[in-house]
Design a protein around this ligand. Structure first.
Ligand SMILES: Cc1cc2nc3c(=O)[nH]c(=O)nc-3n(C[C@H](O)[C@H](O)[C@H](O)COP(=O)(O)OP(=O)(O)OC[C@H]3O[C@@H](n4cnc5c(N)ncnc54)[C@H](O)[C@@H]3O)c2cc1C
Length: 372
C-alpha cells in the first residue's frame, strides 16, 4: 500500500503526486478512471498526425511567474498567442471586442465617432465590462453596450449554457469585457505557450518517479477498502463522492466533433459563432500544434446538457443555487478526515490550468507539508 492515494491524473492530481514524491519522498498511487492520464488536458496524434486536444482546445496562459517557472521542469514550451474571431453578420471580427472589432462591424464614419466617444470616457486599454456600458449614463454608450451584448453574448450564452444570461450569476455578464484599445490577443497574460511535445508528454514527465505508481481505467469507487491508502487526495466530482446525497451538482457538457480536411486554415485559432448555428466555436488545431503536410484538423464544439454517466461534466453552472448546493457538499468534505478535496470537480469551480496547478501547490504548501 502506498502512503497516498490520488484520485484523478489531471493537473491537480499530477501536481500533488509530483510534489509528494519529490519533496516528501513518500509513495503515491495515482489512478484515473479514464484510459489515459492528463485529465481534460490530454492530447494525442490523430490519423493525420496532428496533435489534438481531446477535450477541447487547451491554451496555457498565466500571469504568475511562480506557475510559469514550475511548469518549465516538465516540458519545453512553444510560445503561442491565441487569436479568436467571431462570425457576426457575415463578418469576422476580433474577440475580445475592441476598437478593431468596431471597425470590422460598423461603417467607417460611425466606427470612428464611436471610438472617439469611448476614448473620451475611458482610459486607454481599459477593460470595461459590457454590463457597465449597458448601464452608462451616456445613451450612445448604452446603445453600444446593448449592441455588443446582443451580437456577441446573448445567443452565445443561450447555446453555451442552455440558459438565458438572466438565469446565470450576474458575474458571468459582468466579466464580458470591451477593450478600449486595439489588442486583438484573446488572453493578455504575460506567459502564453503550449508544451512543445504536447500535454500528454508533459504529464508523463511529471509522473515519472520511482515513488509514483499510475493506474488507468480504475474507478476509485470500485476499490476495496484494502486498496485505499492512509491519506487520500480526491480530484473527482464531489457530489459523486458523497453518493449525490444532496442531489447532483449541475454541469454543462460539450460534444467535440473532429474534422480532418485540407485547404487553407481558418483565419484564426478559434472562430466563435454567436449566432443561430448549433455549435459555439471551431478551433483549427493545426494553427495551435503545427501542420503536417497539407492536412488540417478542426474541432467543432456543440454544447449539450450533462447527463451523469453518459457524457462528461465540463462547466459548473454559475448560479447562486448551485453555489449553495456545492457548499453543502464542501461542509461534508471538511468533516472527512484523511481525505483532501482539490481540483475543478472536487471544488465545483472552473479553473484554468494555471489556477488548478496553483490550487494544488497551495494545498501542498499550506496543509500537506504541515501535516494539516
Ligand atoms: C472545454 C474546455 C476547455 C478548456 N480550455 C482551457 C484553456 O484553454 N486553458 C486553460 O488554462 N484551461 C482550460 N480548461 C480548464 C482545464 O481543463 C482545467 O483547468 C483542468 O482540467 C483542471 O485539472 P483537474 O485535475 O482539476 O481536473 P481534470 O483535468 O478534469 O482531472 C480530473 C480527473 O479525475 C478523474 N476522475 C474523476 N472521478 C474519478 C474516479 N471516481 N476515479 C478515478 N478517476 C476519476 C477524471 O477522469 C479526470 O481525468 C478547459 C476546460 C474545458 C472543459
Amino acid at each position: 500500500m502506498a502512503d497516498w492515494l490520488i484520485v484523478g491524473a489531471g493537473f491537480t492530481g499530477a501536481t500533488l503526486a509530483e510534489r509528494i514524491a519529490k519533496r516528501l519522498g513518500q509513495s503515491v498511487h495515482i489512478l484515473d478512471q479514464r484510459p489515459h492520464l492528463g485529465g481534460n488536458a490530454y492530447d494525442y496524434l490523430n490519423s493525420a498526425g496532428i496533435r489534438v486536444h481531446k477535450y477541447g482546445p487547451h491554451l496555457f496562459h498565466t500571469n504568475s511567474k511562480k506557475i510559469w517557472d514550475y511548469v518549465q521542469a516538465f516540458s519545453k514550451w512553444t510560445p503561442y498567442t491565441h487569436h479568436v474571431l467571431a462570425k457576426i453578420d457575415q463578418n469576422l471580427a476580433p474577440v475580445p471586442f475592441n476598437f478593431n472589432t468596431i471597425e470590422a462591424l460598423l461603417p467607417a464614419s460611425q466606427a470612428q465617432a464611436l471610438i472617439a466617444r469611448l476614448e473620451t470616457h475611458f482610459p486607454k486599454d481599459a477593460r470595461i465590462a459590457v454590463l457597465s456600458l449597458r448601464q452608462h449614463e451616456d445613451a450612445q454608450l448604452r446603445a453600444f453596450g446593448d449592441f455588443v451584448y446582443e451580437k456577441l453574448f446573448a445567443h452565445y450564452t443561450m447555446k453555451q449554457w442552455g440558459l438565458s444570461p438572466d438565469e446565470l450569476a450576474a458575474s458571468v455578464t459582468a466579466r464580458v469585457p470591451v477593450l478600449m484599445g486595439r489588442d486583438n490577443r484573446y488572453f493578455q497574460d504575460r506567459y502564453q505557450a503550449l508544451p512543445a511535445d504536447g500535454y500528454t508528454s508533459m504529464f508523463e514527465n511529471m509522473l515519472r518517479h520511482p515513488k509514483i505508481k499510475l493506474s488507468l481505467n480504475v474507478d476509485y469507487h470500485s476499490l476495496a477498502k484494502s486498496e485505499l491508502a492512509p491519506k487520500i487526495i480526491y480530484t473527482g466530482p464531489i457530489d459523486r463522492y458523497f453518493d449525490y446525497c444532496f442531489g447532483p451538482l449541475p454541469y454543462r457538457s460539450l460534444n467535440f466533433v473532429e474534422e480532418i480536411t485540407t485547404g487553407a486554415p481558418q483565419a484564426a485559432g478559434t472562430i466563435n459563432y454567436p449566432g443561430k448555428e448549433p455549435f459555439t466555436r471551431v478551433t483549427e488545431m493545426t494553427l495551435l500544434t503545427g501542420a503536417v503536410g497539407d492536412r488540417l484538423t478542426r474541432i467543432r464544439e456543440f454544447p449539450q446538457a450533462h447527463l451523469p454517466g453518459v457524457n462528461e461534466p465540463y462547466y459548473p453552472i454559475p448560479r447562486a443555487e448551485t453555489a449553495a448546493l456545492y457548499q453543502k457538499y464542501a461542509a461534508l468534505a471538511r468533516k472527512t478526515k484523511g481525505t483532501y478535496f482539490c481540483g475543478r470537480l472536487a471544488n465545483y469551480r472552473y479553473y484554468n490550468m494555471d489556477q488548478a496547478i496553483a490550487a494544488a501547490l497551495t494545498l501542498f504548501q499550506r496543509r500537506i507539508l504541515r501535516g494539516g
